[in-house]
Design a protein around this ligand. Structure first.
Ligand code: GLY
Length: 393
């Protein structure tokens, strides 16, 4: 009798344990299905959006409910085609590729625009992605032609590519940390063409940035202004951060991504070390929230009552997938996975009733100008898709 009782109790306990386990699996499966369908819905919105060479989606204002659209000359124009190329890579569905081809064509004329350093953002995010998918000869030519235009902005005395032309009466030769991202186009142009000129300029720019752009604590300045005759630094300021000495989250993100990418092309340990220093500043910061999505600037005194920047999180998380392959440090990939899990939730994916061709909420473009605050921005989606692809690979 006693034995039968014990057996029954054990069986019951086991049954309850197995049932609970089963339920939790079922719950997480159904949750996964619903997140996947939420994402699928967003992908379709990108596909459905009408082609227009002068209205490339850049961001969505959650208050006015308007889509902000730009012309190809805007620094963000390459991301929308880039998102479609990445959706093709992610889903294998030809419809995304066909749309990507069409949107990419609109950006081509930018290959001759020598008035900006944003060539990499525009051309590499569109034609670069397209080249990776198709190996198309014409895309290759556009990449090299764009690199030829970009290097006209290189100043030998400074050892850098000039970032902006505006504010020229105050900033003689401004270089922003974001400019590191444009070096990928130059490295690729050398790889494709065999001409080392682009690679060498990229290295010079990276070395000058490494020397002048970072504080003792490994946070990044946004803008470093140079004297074009002596090549010396005139000032170190901000344009999009809280103040000249603050750590603007996306600036730090561009630095982490930029130096990781430089290491990919050069295998110079100096770049790897710099990427790790910048990543450690970001990951260990006491103001980085538990869910991994940073506030827009680490030094905003009103944290936690300030907006976050999903784009910074996506850029760093994508970069750290790559960085983790060069090191034995698990914390990098742990962060990337954490960000992916955070972003793949209803808190961050735009709900199906919003008719705008974007995926994620809560990016912040330009806080000092109160512009593109806490909403969907095209480059947040770009690095989120890249993060998903990199984790998958
Ligand atoms: N490159 C400009 C920005 O990150 O907002």
């Amino acid at each position: 009798m006693y034995r039968i009782c014990i057996t029954t109790i054990v069986t019951l306990v086991l049954f309850v344990f197995v049932s609970c386990k089963d339920t939790s699996v079922k719950q997480s499966n159904s949750e996964a299905v619903s997140i996947d369908s939420l994402l699928q819905n967003r992908y379709e919105k990108l596909l459905e959006y009408p082609l227009d060479s002068l209205s490339i989606p850049r961001s969505y204002n959650p208050i006015s409910k308007e889509i902000f659209k730009v012309e190809p000359k805007d620094w963000t124009s390459g991301f929308y085609p880039g998102n479609l190329w990445q959706l093709y890579k992610l889903t294998g569905e030809e419809v995304f590729k066909n749309k990507a081809v069409e949107w990419t064509k609109f950006i081509e004329k930018e290959k001759y625009n020598d008035g900006t350093h944003d060539m990499g953002f525009k051309i590499y995010s569109s034609f670069g992605e397209g080249f990776e998918v198709t190996n198309e000869e014409h895309y290759k030519d556009v990449i090299v032609e764009s690199a030829n235009t970009l290097i006209t902005r290189f100043n030998k005395n400074v050892g850098s590519l000039r970032s902006w032309d505006f504010n020229a009466d105050i900033w003689e030769f401004p270089v922003i940390i974001d400019n590191m991202m444009n070096l990928e186009l130059l490295f690729e142009a050398t790889r494709i063409s065999g001409d080392s000129i682009y690679h060498n300029i990229a290295i010079k720019h990276a070395n000058t940035t490494l020397k002048n752009h970072f504080r003792e604590d490994n946070s990044s300045y946004h803008v470093v202004v140079y004297d074009t005759v002596s090549g010396r630094v005139n000032s170190k300021v901000t344009h999009q951060g809280f103040n000249d000495n603050s750590a603007w989250a996306r600036g730090q993100a561009w630095g982490v991504y930029g130096f990781t990418m430089c290491y990919r092309y050069t295998k110079n340990p100096m770049y790897l070390e710099q990427a790790e220093k910048l990543a450690v500043f970001y990951l260990n910061h006491s103001k980085l929230p538990e869910d991994g999505i940073p506030y827009w600037d680490f030094d905003d005194p009103n944290i936690p009552n300030v907006v976050k920047d999903v784009s910074a999180a996506a850029i760093v998380a994508s970069a750290l997938v790559e960085l983790s392959t060069y090191t034995n440090n698990d914390t990098y990939l742990d962060y990337s996975n954490k960000v992916l899990n955070t972003l793949k939730t209803e808190e961050y994916i735009i709900s199906p009733d919003i008719d705008a061709p974007f995926i994620l909420k809560h990016s912040t473009g330009n806080w000092p100008k109160n512009d593109e605050m806490d909403g969907p921005i095209v480059y947040g989606d770009f690095y989120f898709l890249e993060l998903m692809l990199r984790i998958k690979e």
